[in-house]
Design a protein around this ligand. Structure first.
Ligand SMILES: [Zn+2]
Length: 366
Protein backbone atom coordinates (compact mmCIF):
# COMPACT_ATOMS: atom_id res chain seq x y z
CA UNK A 1 0.00 0.00 0.00
CA UNK A 2 1.37 3.38 -1.01
CA UNK A 3 0.35 6.26 1.21
CA UNK A 4 0.49 9.93 0.26
CA UNK A 5 0.73 12.53 3.00
CA UNK A 6 -0.30 16.12 2.25
CA UNK A 7 1.54 17.81 5.10
CA UNK A 8 0.80 21.16 6.75
CA UNK A 9 -2.34 22.10 4.83
CA UNK A 10 -4.93 24.36 6.46
CA UNK A 11 -8.69 24.75 6.51
CA UNK A 12 -10.37 28.08 5.72
CA UNK A 13 -10.54 28.58 9.49
CA UNK A 14 -6.72 28.25 9.64
CA UNK A 15 -6.57 24.87 11.36
CA UNK A 16 -3.36 23.16 10.20
CA UNK A 17 -3.23 19.38 9.72
CA UNK A 18 -1.73 16.48 7.74
CA UNK A 19 -3.97 14.38 5.53
CA UNK A 20 -3.10 10.86 4.39
CA UNK A 21 -4.53 9.14 1.33
CA UNK A 22 -4.28 5.50 0.26
CA UNK A 23 -6.11 3.47 -2.37
CA UNK A 24 -8.33 6.36 -3.38
CA UNK A 25 -9.59 7.20 0.10
CA UNK A 26 -8.73 9.53 2.97
CA UNK A 27 -7.17 7.27 5.60
CA UNK A 28 -6.35 9.75 8.36
CA UNK A 29 -6.24 13.34 9.52
CA UNK A 30 -3.33 13.99 11.84
CA UNK A 31 -1.63 16.72 13.80
CA UNK A 32 0.71 18.81 11.59
CA UNK A 33 3.96 16.95 11.02
CA UNK A 34 2.71 13.59 12.23
CA UNK A 35 1.15 11.98 9.13
CA UNK A 36 2.99 8.82 8.01
CA UNK A 37 3.40 7.67 4.40
CA UNK A 38 5.81 6.68 1.64
CA UNK A 39 5.25 9.95 -0.24
CA UNK A 40 5.07 13.31 1.52
CA UNK A 41 4.31 16.72 0.05
CA UNK A 42 4.89 19.52 2.56
CA UNK A 43 2.80 22.59 1.79
CA UNK A 44 4.24 24.51 4.77
CA UNK A 45 0.83 26.09 5.52
CA UNK A 46 0.91 27.89 2.16
CA UNK A 47 -2.36 26.41 0.86
CA UNK A 48 -5.92 25.92 2.01
CA UNK A 49 -7.63 22.59 1.60
CA UNK A 50 -11.37 22.05 1.29
CA UNK A 51 -13.41 19.11 0.17
CA UNK A 52 -13.37 18.98 -3.63
CA UNK A 53 -15.24 21.88 -5.18
CA UNK A 54 -18.61 21.21 -6.78
CA UNK A 55 -19.65 23.34 -9.77
CA UNK A 56 -23.45 23.07 -9.90
CA UNK A 57 -23.93 24.55 -13.38
CA UNK A 58 -21.64 23.63 -16.27
CA UNK A 59 -21.95 22.51 -19.90
CA UNK A 60 -19.95 19.33 -20.19
CA UNK A 61 -21.18 17.75 -23.43
CA UNK A 62 -18.47 18.68 -25.89
CA UNK A 63 -20.32 17.65 -29.03
CA UNK A 64 -22.75 20.54 -28.60
CA UNK A 65 -21.94 24.11 -29.57
CA UNK A 66 -21.97 26.82 -28.35
CA UNK A 67 -22.87 25.38 -24.92
CA UNK A 68 -20.38 22.55 -24.59
CA UNK A 69 -16.92 21.73 -23.29
CA UNK A 70 -14.65 18.89 -22.22
CA UNK A 71 -15.46 17.41 -18.79
CA UNK A 72 -11.93 17.51 -17.36
CA UNK A 73 -11.10 20.93 -18.86
CA UNK A 74 -13.95 22.46 -16.83
CA UNK A 75 -13.70 19.96 -13.98
CA UNK A 76 -10.64 18.94 -11.99
CA UNK A 77 -8.25 21.11 -14.04
CA UNK A 78 -10.14 24.14 -12.69
CA UNK A 79 -10.37 22.77 -9.15
CA UNK A 80 -13.84 21.22 -9.40
CA UNK A 81 -13.63 17.52 -8.62
CA UNK A 82 -17.40 17.22 -9.16
CA UNK A 83 -19.31 19.04 -11.86
CA UNK A 84 -23.04 19.02 -12.51
CA UNK A 85 -24.04 19.35 -16.13
CA UNK A 86 -27.00 21.74 -16.30
CA UNK A 87 -29.20 20.13 -18.91
CA UNK A 88 -26.89 20.13 -21.90
CA UNK A 89 -28.48 16.86 -22.89
CA UNK A 90 -32.03 15.61 -22.77
CA UNK A 91 -33.27 12.05 -23.12
CA UNK A 92 -31.88 11.66 -26.66
CA UNK A 93 -28.20 12.13 -25.74
CA UNK A 94 -27.85 11.67 -21.99
CA UNK A 95 -26.52 8.13 -22.52
CA UNK A 96 -23.59 9.69 -24.38
CA UNK A 97 -23.00 12.28 -21.66
CA UNK A 98 -22.96 9.58 -18.98
CA UNK A 99 -20.56 7.47 -21.09
CA UNK A 100 -18.21 10.47 -21.46
CA UNK A 101 -18.40 10.98 -17.69
CA UNK A 102 -17.15 7.45 -17.12
CA UNK A 103 -14.08 8.16 -19.27
CA UNK A 104 -13.24 11.37 -17.39
CA UNK A 105 -11.38 11.78 -14.10
CA UNK A 106 -13.79 14.43 -12.85
CA UNK A 107 -16.94 13.18 -11.11
CA UNK A 108 -19.93 14.01 -13.29
CA UNK A 109 -23.56 14.49 -12.24
CA UNK A 110 -26.30 15.95 -14.42
CA UNK A 111 -29.62 17.67 -14.70
CA UNK A 112 -31.55 16.11 -17.58
CA UNK A 113 -33.12 18.67 -19.90
CA UNK A 114 -36.91 18.33 -20.06
CA UNK A 115 -36.56 18.75 -23.83
CA UNK A 116 -35.43 15.46 -25.33
CA UNK A 117 -33.11 17.30 -27.77
CA UNK A 118 -31.32 19.22 -24.99
CA UNK A 119 -29.03 21.97 -26.26
CA UNK A 120 -28.66 20.49 -29.71
CA UNK A 121 -30.64 23.65 -30.50
CA UNK A 122 -30.88 26.62 -28.16
CA UNK A 123 -34.63 27.05 -28.64
CA UNK A 124 -35.24 23.61 -27.21
CA UNK A 125 -38.64 24.38 -25.69
CA UNK A 126 -40.28 26.01 -28.72
CA UNK A 127 -41.89 22.76 -29.94
CA UNK A 128 -43.91 20.67 -27.52
CA UNK A 129 -43.14 17.56 -29.56
CA UNK A 130 -39.74 17.63 -27.82
CA UNK A 131 -41.38 17.27 -24.39
CA UNK A 132 -41.71 13.49 -24.17
CA UNK A 133 -42.54 12.15 -20.74
CA UNK A 134 -42.00 8.44 -21.34
CA UNK A 135 -38.47 8.72 -22.78
CA UNK A 136 -37.51 11.08 -19.97
CA UNK A 137 -38.83 8.75 -17.25
CA UNK A 138 -36.92 5.86 -18.83
CA UNK A 139 -33.61 7.78 -18.88
CA UNK A 140 -34.07 8.96 -15.31
CA UNK A 141 -34.41 5.30 -14.30
CA UNK A 142 -31.41 4.26 -16.42
CA UNK A 143 -29.14 6.91 -14.90
CA UNK A 144 -30.25 7.21 -11.28
CA UNK A 145 -26.65 7.57 -10.10
CA UNK A 146 -25.98 10.53 -12.38
CA UNK A 147 -29.23 12.47 -12.77
CA UNK A 148 -29.90 14.78 -9.82
CA UNK A 149 -32.72 16.89 -11.24
CA UNK A 150 -34.47 18.20 -14.35
CA UNK A 151 -33.50 21.36 -16.23
CA UNK A 152 -35.94 23.82 -17.75
CA UNK A 153 -34.68 26.98 -19.42
CA UNK A 154 -37.56 29.42 -19.09
CA UNK A 155 -36.70 32.58 -21.02
CA UNK A 156 -37.99 34.16 -24.20
CA UNK A 157 -35.52 32.84 -26.75
CA UNK A 158 -35.79 29.29 -25.41
CA UNK A 159 -39.59 28.97 -25.09
CA UNK A 160 -40.73 31.21 -27.97
CA UNK A 161 -44.52 31.10 -28.38
CA UNK A 162 -44.87 28.44 -25.70
CA UNK A 163 -44.56 31.02 -22.90
CA UNK A 164 -44.95 29.54 -19.41
CA UNK A 165 -46.36 26.20 -20.65
CA UNK A 166 -43.03 24.32 -20.67
CA UNK A 167 -42.62 25.10 -16.95
CA UNK A 168 -45.99 23.53 -16.20
CA UNK A 169 -44.86 20.46 -18.15
CA UNK A 170 -41.59 20.50 -16.19
CA UNK A 171 -43.57 20.55 -12.95
CA UNK A 172 -45.47 17.46 -14.09
CA UNK A 173 -42.25 15.68 -15.08
CA UNK A 174 -40.83 16.61 -11.67
CA UNK A 175 -43.77 14.97 -9.88
CA UNK A 176 -43.52 11.90 -12.06
CA UNK A 177 -39.75 11.44 -11.51
CA UNK A 178 -39.60 12.82 -7.94
CA UNK A 179 -36.74 15.04 -9.08
CA UNK A 180 -36.40 18.78 -8.35
CA UNK A 181 -36.14 21.37 -11.11
CA UNK A 182 -33.28 23.65 -11.98
CA UNK A 183 -34.91 26.61 -13.73
CA UNK A 184 -32.88 29.03 -15.81
CA UNK A 185 -34.34 32.53 -15.74
CA UNK A 186 -33.71 35.42 -18.13
CA UNK A 187 -35.54 37.75 -20.49
CA UNK A 188 -39.33 37.58 -20.61
CA UNK A 189 -41.93 36.72 -21.50
CA UNK A 190 -42.79 34.78 -19.47
CA UNK A 191 -42.84 37.29 -16.65
CA UNK A 192 -40.53 36.31 -13.79
CA UNK A 193 -43.46 36.26 -11.33
CA UNK A 194 -45.17 33.56 -13.38
CA UNK A 195 -41.98 31.53 -13.06
CA UNK A 196 -41.52 32.14 -9.32
CA UNK A 197 -45.00 31.11 -8.29
CA UNK A 198 -44.45 27.67 -9.83
CA UNK A 199 -41.27 26.88 -7.89
CA UNK A 200 -41.20 24.62 -4.84
CA UNK A 201 -38.84 23.64 -2.07
CA UNK A 202 -35.54 22.20 -3.41
CA UNK A 203 -36.08 23.63 -6.89
CA UNK A 204 -33.15 25.75 -8.01
CA UNK A 205 -33.21 29.18 -9.62
CA UNK A 206 -30.03 29.49 -11.65
CA UNK A 207 -28.82 32.90 -12.95
CA UNK A 208 -30.47 34.58 -9.94
CA UNK A 209 -28.05 37.55 -10.07
CA UNK A 210 -28.70 38.32 -13.74
CA UNK A 211 -28.96 41.98 -14.73
CA UNK A 212 -31.68 41.65 -17.37
CA UNK A 213 -34.98 43.57 -17.38
CA UNK A 214 -37.01 40.56 -16.18
CA UNK A 215 -34.83 39.86 -13.13
CA UNK A 216 -35.63 39.27 -9.46
CA UNK A 217 -35.30 42.88 -8.29
CA UNK A 218 -37.52 45.91 -8.93
CA UNK A 219 -36.40 49.20 -10.46
CA UNK A 220 -35.31 50.52 -7.09
CA UNK A 221 -33.18 47.43 -6.46
CA UNK A 222 -35.52 45.77 -3.96
CA UNK A 223 -36.15 42.01 -4.20
CA UNK A 224 -39.59 41.19 -5.64
CA UNK A 225 -42.09 39.93 -3.02
CA UNK A 226 -42.61 36.77 -5.11
CA UNK A 227 -38.83 36.18 -4.96
CA UNK A 228 -38.77 36.49 -1.15
CA UNK A 229 -41.76 34.14 -0.94
CA UNK A 230 -39.94 31.57 -3.10
CA UNK A 231 -36.87 31.76 -0.82
CA UNK A 232 -39.16 31.22 2.20
CA UNK A 233 -40.58 28.11 0.51
CA UNK A 234 -37.06 26.66 0.30
CA UNK A 235 -36.13 27.48 -3.28
CA UNK A 236 -32.34 27.23 -3.74
CA UNK A 237 -30.37 30.11 -5.28
CA UNK A 238 -27.56 29.31 -7.69
CA UNK A 239 -25.31 31.85 -9.39
CA UNK A 240 -24.77 30.30 -12.86
CA UNK A 241 -22.54 33.22 -13.95
CA UNK A 242 -22.37 32.52 -17.71
CA UNK A 243 -21.97 34.94 -20.55
CA UNK A 244 -25.04 36.99 -19.76
CA UNK A 245 -26.26 36.17 -16.26
CA UNK A 246 -24.12 37.78 -13.57
CA UNK A 247 -24.22 41.47 -12.65
CA UNK A 248 -22.11 43.06 -9.92
CA UNK A 249 -24.82 45.72 -9.41
CA UNK A 250 -27.49 43.05 -8.87
CA UNK A 251 -25.15 41.12 -6.58
CA UNK A 252 -24.77 44.32 -4.53
CA UNK A 253 -28.58 44.65 -4.36
CA UNK A 254 -28.85 41.04 -3.18
CA UNK A 255 -26.19 41.58 -0.51
CA UNK A 256 -27.83 44.78 0.74
CA UNK A 257 -31.20 43.02 0.95
CA UNK A 258 -29.68 40.11 2.85
CA UNK A 259 -30.46 37.60 0.09
CA UNK A 260 -28.13 34.62 0.48
CA UNK A 261 -26.33 32.67 -2.18
CA UNK A 262 -26.63 28.94 -1.78
CA UNK A 263 -24.29 27.75 -4.52
CA UNK A 264 -21.78 29.62 -6.65
CA UNK A 265 -21.47 28.09 -10.10
CA UNK A 266 -19.98 29.07 -13.41
CA UNK A 267 -22.28 28.09 -16.33
CA UNK A 268 -18.95 27.47 -18.02
CA UNK A 269 -18.44 26.27 -21.59
CA UNK A 270 -15.64 26.53 -24.11
CA UNK A 271 -16.12 30.14 -25.24
CA UNK A 272 -16.71 31.79 -21.86
CA UNK A 273 -13.85 29.74 -20.40
CA UNK A 274 -11.33 30.80 -23.04
CA UNK A 275 -12.54 34.35 -23.70
CA UNK A 276 -14.29 35.25 -20.43
CA UNK A 277 -16.13 36.61 -18.60
CA UNK A 278 -16.24 33.30 -16.70
CA UNK A 279 -12.71 31.85 -17.20
CA UNK A 280 -12.87 29.50 -14.21
CA UNK A 281 -14.66 28.65 -10.99
CA UNK A 282 -11.83 30.33 -9.02
CA UNK A 283 -12.37 33.55 -10.98
CA UNK A 284 -16.10 33.50 -10.15
CA UNK A 285 -15.29 32.82 -6.48
CA UNK A 286 -12.89 35.79 -6.48
CA UNK A 287 -15.82 37.97 -7.58
CA UNK A 288 -17.63 37.09 -4.36
CA UNK A 289 -14.50 37.97 -2.37
CA UNK A 290 -14.57 41.32 -4.22
CA UNK A 291 -18.23 41.73 -3.19
CA UNK A 292 -17.19 41.51 0.45
CA UNK A 293 -18.03 37.93 1.39
CA UNK A 294 -15.65 35.92 3.57
CA UNK A 295 -13.51 33.05 2.30
CA UNK A 296 -15.50 30.70 4.55
CA UNK A 297 -18.84 31.77 3.01
CA UNK A 298 -17.50 31.56 -0.53
CA UNK A 299 -15.96 28.11 -0.15
CA UNK A 300 -19.09 26.76 1.59
CA UNK A 301 -21.02 27.66 -1.58
CA UNK A 302 -18.96 25.18 -3.63
CA UNK A 303 -18.60 22.50 -0.93
CA UNK A 304 -21.02 21.93 1.97
CA UNK A 305 -23.95 23.84 0.51
CA UNK A 306 -23.78 22.05 -2.84
CA UNK A 307 -23.22 18.67 -1.18
CA UNK A 308 -26.24 19.21 1.07
CA UNK A 309 -28.49 20.05 -1.86
CA UNK A 310 -27.23 16.97 -3.69
CA UNK A 311 -27.93 14.78 -0.65
CA UNK A 312 -24.28 13.62 -0.77
CA UNK A 313 -22.76 14.94 2.47
CA UNK A 314 -19.51 13.05 1.84
CA UNK A 315 -18.81 15.44 -1.06
CA UNK A 316 -18.75 18.37 1.36
CA UNK A 317 -16.58 17.08 4.18
CA UNK A 318 -13.04 15.85 4.84
CA UNK A 319 -13.30 12.60 6.76
CA UNK A 320 -11.34 9.34 7.00
CA UNK A 321 -12.99 6.58 4.99
CA UNK A 322 -14.43 8.86 2.29
CA UNK A 323 -13.21 8.86 -1.31
CA UNK A 324 -10.44 11.46 -1.52
CA UNK A 325 -11.79 14.45 -3.46
CA UNK A 326 -10.09 17.64 -2.32
CA UNK A 327 -9.18 21.08 -3.62
CA UNK A 328 -6.00 22.96 -2.68
CA UNK A 329 -6.05 26.70 -3.21
CA UNK A 330 -4.60 30.00 -2.08
CA UNK A 331 -6.00 33.44 -1.32
CA UNK A 332 -3.36 35.82 -2.60
CA UNK A 333 -3.01 39.53 -1.89
CA UNK A 334 -2.75 40.51 -5.51
CA UNK A 335 -4.97 43.09 -7.24
CA UNK A 336 -7.05 41.83 -10.15
CA UNK A 337 -9.71 43.50 -12.29
CA UNK A 338 -12.76 41.29 -12.70
CA UNK A 339 -15.50 41.72 -15.31
CA UNK A 340 -19.15 40.68 -15.00
CA UNK A 341 -21.55 39.62 -17.77
CA UNK A 342 -22.57 43.24 -18.37
CA UNK A 343 -18.98 44.38 -18.95
CA UNK A 344 -18.81 46.14 -15.56
CA UNK A 345 -15.48 45.96 -13.76
CA UNK A 346 -14.53 45.47 -10.12
CA UNK A 347 -11.10 45.56 -8.62
CA UNK A 348 -10.32 42.89 -6.06
CA UNK A 349 -7.31 43.05 -3.76
CA UNK A 350 -7.39 39.33 -3.12
CA UNK A 351 -7.76 36.48 -5.56
CA UNK A 352 -8.42 32.79 -5.16
CA UNK A 353 -6.09 30.52 -7.13
CA UNK A 354 -6.23 26.73 -7.44
CA UNK A 355 -2.97 24.97 -6.56
CA UNK A 356 -3.95 21.34 -6.92
CA UNK A 357 -6.64 18.74 -6.50
CA UNK A 358 -7.04 15.22 -5.31
CA UNK A 359 -9.57 13.53 -7.57
CA UNK A 360 -10.66 10.06 -6.42
CA UNK A 361 -7.33 9.65 -4.62
CA UNK A 362 -5.07 10.95 -7.38
CA UNK A 363 -3.09 14.09 -6.58
CA UNK A 364 -2.68 16.57 -9.44
CA UNK A 365 -0.64 19.75 -9.04
CA UNK A 366 -2.16 22.73 -10.88
ZN1 LIG B 1 -26.24 27.01 -18.57
Amino acid sequence: MSRLVLRNVKTVTEDVFDLTIAEGAITSLDKPGSGVGEHVIDFKESVYMSSGWIDMHVHAFKEFSPYGDDIDEIGYKLGATTIVDAGSTGADRIDDLVAAGRQAKTNLLAFCNISRIGLERIDELTDKAWLDESVLVQKVQDHQDTIVGLKARISRSVVGEQGIKPLDVARRFSEKTQLPLMVHIGSGPPDIREVLERLQSRDIITHYLNGKANNLFDDSGQPLPAFLAAIDRGVHLDVGHGNASFSFDVADQAKLAGIPFHTISTDIYRKNRLEGPVYSLASVLSKFIALGYSLTEVIAAVTTSAATWLGRPELGRIEAGDAANLTLFSLEDKPLTLVDSEGAERLTQQQINVKGVVVNGEYVEL
